[in-house]
Design a protein around this ligand. Structure first.
Ligand code: PEP
Ligand code: MN
Length: 348
C-alpha cells in the first residue's frame, strides 16, 4: 500500500503517517519523489484500514498495490480451478459448460420434459429455481422443497447435474441435500452469513455478480466461500445495472477476461438475466464464449409466454438448439469445445 502525500506536506505530516503505520504494526518506508513524497506500507496482510490513513493530515490518497482478496487470486494459485461434477461435467477446464433450464421449477412434468430436451441438445447441468428471489413479494416465490424434489427426479431421469438457488443461510442445508451446485443469486452476493454457510455446505457454489458490484467486490464475495474451506466456486457474470433501459442489465463481458487475469476461478456468463430479452440472448451467448467464458447459464422454457417468471428472456427450445450450434463453432475457433453431451441414462 502506498500513502501518497500532498505536494506541500510537511516533514511532520510525513512522520505522522510513518508513526501511524508503525502503530498499526507494519513497517513504513518514505519514498521521496520530485513532486511529492509517498510512504510505502510494508507487510500488508489485508488487514490495513486504508480510511484511517486517508484521514491523516497531508495525505493526498492511499493506493492499494495488493488486493484485499487472497485465496481467489492468481498470485495465491496460478493454475485454473477445475471442478469435476459427479456426472463427469468439468467446469473450468478447456471445454465450455452449458447450464440451462427454466427460471423457476413450475411443476414435475415441465421440469422433467425440458430436462430431457436440454440434455439431448447438449446441456449437462439443469438450472431451475425452487426458491425465487423476486423483486416483488407478491410474485411467484417458487415451489420450495417440492421444486427441489422435482429437480432431483429430473437428475435421476437425465443424468444432468442440478444448480439451484439457496436464498438464505437457513435454507442452505436443504438446498445442498438436493443440488449438485448451490447458486447464490445476484441479490445475495454480499450476504456474508449466507456465503459463509454455503462455504461449509460441501457442494460447489455458483456465485452470481451483484447488480451493482465491482469486480473487486465480486471476488471478495467469493473469498468468503473459499475462506470457509470450499474452493469449488464458479463465478457468474449476469449483468450490472446501467443507465440504459434497452436491456434489463448491462452484461459486462470485459469482466470475463479481467476475472481470468485476476483469479484462478472459472467464470461463466448468464446472458438471460444479462439482457432480459429473448432476442438478445443468443448474440450475447456467442460473445461471452468468444470472450472466454467457461460456460453459459441460459433460461429456456417450453412455452415462454406462459412462464411464471422471466418468460421474456427465456429461449424456446428450438432457439436453444440454434445457440448450441453456433456456440460449438465459436468455441472451436478459440481452441475450445463444448462439454460433451451426456449419454442417455438407462431409464431414458
Ligand atoms: C436466476 O438465476 O433465476 C436469478 C434470479 O438470477 P440473478 O440472481 O442473477 O438475478
Ligand atoms: Mn430468472
Amino acid at each position: 500500500m502506498l500513502v501518497v502525500m500532498k505536494h506541500n506536506a510537511s516533514d511532520e505530516q510525513i512522520s505522522g503517517v510513518v508513526r501511524a503505520i508503525k502503530g498499526m504494526g507494519y513497517d513504513a518506508r518514505p519514498i521521496p519523489g520530485g513532486q511529492r513524497t509517498a510512504v510505502g506500507l510494508i507487510g500488508n496482510d489485508g488487514g490495513v484500514d486504508a480510511a484511517r490513513l486517508e484521514g491523516l493530515e497531508g495525505v493526498l490518497e492511499v493506493i492499494a498495490v495488493t488486493h484485499a482478496y487472497k485465496q481467489v487470486s492468481r498470485e495465491w494459485k496460478e493454475e485454473d480451478t477445475v471442478i469435476t461434477l459427479p456426472n463427469g461435467t468439468v467446469v473450468g477446464g478447456s471445454d465450455v459448460v452449458i447450464m440451462a433450464g427454466p427460471c423457476a421449477v413450475e411443476g414435475e412434468r415441465p421440469i422433467i420434459e425440458v430436462a430431457h430436451q436440454l440434455r439431448e441438445m447438449g446441456a449437462t447441468v439443469l438450472r431451475g429455481g425452487a426458491f425465487k428471489p423476486r423483486s416483488s413479494p407478491y410474485s411467484f416465490q417458487g415451489l420450495g422443497e417440492e421444486g427441489l424434489r422435482y429437480l432431483a427426479r429430473a437428475r435421476e431421469e437425465t443424468g444432468m447435474m442440478i444448480v439451484t438457488e439457496a436464498l438464505d443461510s437457513e435454507g442452505v442445508d436443504l438446498v445442498a441435500e438436493y443440488a449438485d451446485i448451490i447458486q447464490i443469486g445476484a441479490r445475495n452476493m454480499q450476504n456474508y452469513p449466507l456465503l459463509r454457510r454455503a462455504g461449509r455446505a460441501g457442494k460447489p457454489v455458483l456465485l452470481k455478480r451483484g447488480m451493482a458490484a465491482t469486480i473487486e467486490e465480486f471476488l471478495l464475495a467469493a473469498e468468503y466461500v473459499l475462506a470457509e474451506g470450499n474452493h469449488d466456486v464458479i463465478l457468474c457474470e449476469r449483468g450490472v445495472r446501467s443507465f440504459d433501459r434497452h436491456t434489463r442489465n448491462l452484461l459486462d463481458l470485459a469482466a470475463i477476461p479481467v476475472v481470468h487475469s485476476l483469479s484462478h476461478l472459472p467464470i461463466i456468463a448468464d446472458p438471460s438475466h444479462g439482457t432480459g430479452l429473448r432476442s438478445k440472448v443468443i448474440p450475447m451467448a456467442r460473445a461471452a464464449v468468444a470472450a472466454g467464458a467457461d460456460g453459459l447459464m441460459i433460461e429456456v422454457h417450453q412455452d415462454p409466454p406462459q412462464a411464471m417468471s422471466d418468460g421474456a428472456q427465456s429461449l424456446y427450445p428450438h432457439q436453444f438448439q440454434q445457440m448450441m450450434d453456433q456456440i460449438h463453432v465459436i468455441a472451436r475457433a478459440i481452441g475450445r469445445d463444448v462439454v460433451s453431451p451426456l449419454e442417455a441414462v438407462a431409464a431414458d
